[in-house]
Ligand binder design. Structure first.
Ligand code: URA
Length: 247
């Protein structure tokens, strides 16, 4: 059993004060009956809670998609800098961890969850779950670069990179491309472009496996994942031969 206000926070309806306001407005019902008391106890396994006509589905784990803006760190806390945890309500922060990191100046899709098994599955090099990035770079991009990405690049690590797909969208003094990777090394996209003579000036992650950044989210906004998105992610198995890559 848990308090109704906590239940609503944990199912993604807002911060404690936001859900208290929703309760006060009479927007919440428990088993079909209007309920205004935040302290009302509900059973997360058997009670049906709705808010504004939308069912508040309780899950064992929390899965949240954040549109990480540039300028914030993928870290729990930092003395000087803002972090991704500053962007999500305190009630949700406690057990969540980001699934992989984005650099401070990179924006885009960041999944946060307390489902350690799923995080491990998505990050494990064995599974090769694909990640798609949009990059703007300084320098011309020729088809030769796409071939190098496909062959694998020496980026100063022990092993060359796994085959990656580069789809050039624009080439000139500044060029644009989509990159699909099946691994996630430190600064990998930036180092791969460096290896072909270009410097990344803007980088955005568009997707991770089957999960794409929601076009309705603005930088800094987040939402809970839907049931289907979670089910698809759990079945995720990447491929190294490029099936489903960006094009
Ligand atoms: N590759 C990078 O270089 N930076 C990121 O943030 C993500 C992938």
């Amino acid at each position: 059993m848990m308090r109704l206000d906590k239940y609503l926070c944990e199912t993604g309806f807002g911060t404690r004060s936001q859900v208290k306001a929703l309760l006060k407005k009479g927007l919440v019902s428990v088993n079909g009956e209007s309920e205004k008391r935040p302290e009302r106890k509900v059973d997360e396994r058997s009670d049906t809670v709705s808010c504004g006509g939308k069912e508040a589905v309780y899950r064992e784990f929390t899965y949240l998609m954040l549109y990480k803006p540039a300028g914030v760190l993928t870290a729990r806390s930092d003395r000087q800098e803002r972090t991704v945890f500053d962007l999500i309500p305190a009630e949700l922060r406690r057990d969540l961890s980001p699934v992989g990191r984005l650099d401070k100046d990179t924006e885009g899709l960041l999944l946060l969850t307390d489902d350690g098994a799923l995080a491990h599955h998505l990050l494990s090099p064995r599974h090769h779950v694909k990640k798609v990035y949009f990059a703007r770079v300084q320098g011309e991009l020729e088809e030769e670069a796409a071939e190098s990405f496909q062959r694998g690049l020496d980026i100063g690590d022990e092993h060359p990179t796994l085959p990656a797909k580069l789809v050039i969208r624009k080439s000139g003094a500044e060029s644009e491309a989509l990159v699909t990777l099946h691994e996630g090394r430190y600064h990998q996209v930036k180092r791969m472009f460096q290896a072909v003579g270009c410097e990344v000036i803007y980088l955005k992650r568009l997707s991770m496996g089957s999960l794409s950044l929601d076009g309705k989210l603005a930088p800094g906004e987040w939402r809970m994942l839907g049931e289907e998105e979670i089910t698809r992610l759990k079945k995720e198995e990447g491929s190294r031969n490029g099936a489903g890559d960006a094009n």
